[in-house]
Ligand binder design. Structure first.
Ligand code: AMP
Length: 220
């Protein structure tokens, strides 16, 4: 099984790149943020517990998050591996992931950091709008919809996530950049860390990521 972890601050482009990379590798793209948003939408027990943390821009407690991620990773479609996006967010989560993978004779093969400066992150995140129906993503400046507030693809209304408002973004960045540093150090110590420049075009970031992921022989 091939497990790749994409690391980066909120807005670094992890979601976009994880989806492309997962398709190339033939494994699912597993994003804990998407799992939580689906749980909130479906009003499940996890969704009800997570909602308040998410709207404050805080991390959901590890017990909830780790259980949810490991359950997803244990499903059949993830037998060949996964591209993880938004997990792990701290050392405890990284350790729990390693423990679960070791039990399956696997490991994190590569953790790649997508690097984007903080002021660019605030600019990117504060313009993000998402469609209600399918989660298609738009940006006020870089990728505006043809008609304000309406999804080009399915015609549904666009909304701004509570955690994409500028005040929440600054709180979220401050909290998460600290924890991200710990996760980066964790994977650096294990010798599986790589990084790519996240300020170049989407295809150029993808090319750099593919090079990073395929450069490492399995089990190295
Ligand atoms: P994201 O889409 O990755 O930005 O995640 C949206 C929100 O979901 C975060 O602000 C957290 O509240 C929650 N979340 C996602 N992944 C995690 C995680 N690994 N640990 C804790 N909370 C998470």
């Amino acid at each position: 099984m091939t497990v790749v972890v994409l690391l980066g601050a909120p807005g670094a482009g992890k979601g976009t790149q994880a989806a492309i990379l997962a398709e190339r590798l033939g494994v699912p793209h597993i994003a804990t943020g998407d799992l939580f948003r689906a749980a909130v939408r479906d009003d499940t027990a996890i969704g009800r517990e997570a909602a308040a943390y998410m709207s404050r821009g805080e991390l959901v407690p590890d017990t909830i998050t780790i259980g949810m991620l490991l359950e997803r990773l244990g499903r059949k479609d993830a037998a060949p591996g996964a591209v993880l996006d938004g997990f792990p967010r701290n050392r405890e989560q990284a350790g729990a992931l390693d423990g679960a993978l070791v039990a399956r004779g696997a490991q994190v093969d590569r953790a790649v950091l997508i690097e984007v400066p903080a002021d660019e992150l605030v600019r990117r995140l504060s313009g993000r709008w998402i469609c209600r129906k399918e989660g298609h993503v738009y940006h006020e400046r870089k990728h505006p919809p043809r008609k304000d507030g309406i999804c080009d693809i399915d015609g549904s209304a666009l909304y701004q996530r509570d955690d994409d408002r500028p005040e929440t973004i600054r709180a979220r960045l401050a909290q998460q950049l600290g924890a991200l540093g710990d996760v980066i150090a964790y994977y650096r110590d294990r010798g599986v860390l790589g990084s790519v420049d996240g300020t170049v075009s989407v295809p150029d970031v993808t090319a750099a990521l593919v090079a990073q992921v395929t450069a490492v022989p399995k089990g190295a």
